[in-house]
Ligand binder design. Structure first.
Ligand code: SAH
Length: 254
């Protein structure tokens, strides 16, 4: 279970935080680290020293340019945020996140990404709207922002507690719980292709004006992500979109 939990750091600017994240992960038995457009050199004397013997996690980290690349294969994406945002999103506490993990990771292709933001500005709204849920570590409301690696530590601890509780039972139940292939949840990449197709179609039929978005796509994202669609269901929706596109008046097509 733990090997299918990915820690994703976006735009990290201090190598020490990357090293400390590696240490926090290895302490809790996590090993899959992705760095999205880091704003510093990941492997430095500082990061190696803060990793305290877990620097192999940094050496093995995948460095990519975009969040999409980092989480394309993930079936659950959770953004860690210190603040509440304008459009409320499904929220989890760290404990609730841990409680959900065994079920989320039951399928053979299931993979979970825990996404962390920049030290100075956190995650953008666009990044948070790509997540199924947000997790907030309850803190002093007057001083709510943890150090990046400290936030990773708290969530990695909950992952480990969930694994310690679930693993003996999971071993017995794994076969019984494994979903049939056509019940597999849609991955992040499949969802993003769907959202792009949906937006294109809504523009083509004149329902959506990107110049006046009124949070339409954000609301449709929240609704769709809340439903946790299976790959098969998303294929049906995409089929409907394709036929709808064909019916759009030619001058309105883009
Ligand atoms: N100054 C930023 C916070 C940066 S802290 C802001 O105001 O948004 C760096 C990252 O650590 C955050 O993007 C978030 O992913 C994580 N983090 C820090 N405190 C957190 C908290 N209380 N709950 C959840 N994640 C937190």
């Amino acid at each position: 279970m733990l090997e299918r939990i990915r820690i994703v750091l976006i735009g990290t600017s201090h190598p020490g935080n990357i090293g400390a994240t590696a240490r926090a992960m290895h302490n809790m038995g996590l090993s899959d680290l992705s760095l999205v457009a880091p704003r510093c050199e990941p492997i430095t004397a500082d990061s190696v020293s803060r990793a305290s013997g877990a620097d192999h996690v940094v050496h093995d980290a995948r460095v990519v340019d975009t969040l999409e690349e980092a989480v394309a294969d993930c079936t659950l994406t959770v953004g860690a945020s210190a603040r509440s945002r304008t459009l409320p999103w499904p929220m989890l506490s760290p404990r609730e996140l841990g409680d959900r993990l065994p079920q989320e990771l039951a399928g053979p292709e299931a993979r979970v990404a825990l996404i962390f933001g920049r030290e100075d500005s956190g995650l953008t709204n666009a990044e948070l709207q790509r997540c199924h849920a947000h997790v907030h570590i309850p803190t002093n409301p007057d001083f709510s922002s943890l150090n990046l690696a400290a936030a990773v530590q708290v969530l990695a601890y909950e992952c480990r507690q969930a694994w310690l509780t679930a693993e003996p039972a999971a071993a017995d139940e794994a076969l019984a719980c494994e979903p049939a292939p056509d019940l597999a949840l849609a991955s992040h990449a499949e969802l993003e292709h769907y959202f792009a197709h949906l937006e294109r179609t809504l523009v083509a039929i004149g329902f959506h004006d990107p110049a006046k978005p009124r949070q339409l796509m954000a609301r449709l994202r929240r609704f769709t992500l809340r439903a946790r669609p299976e790959r098969m269901e998303l294929n049906i929706l995409r089929g409907i979109l394709s036929d709808t596109e064909k019916l759009a008046p030619p001058r309105e097509r883009r």
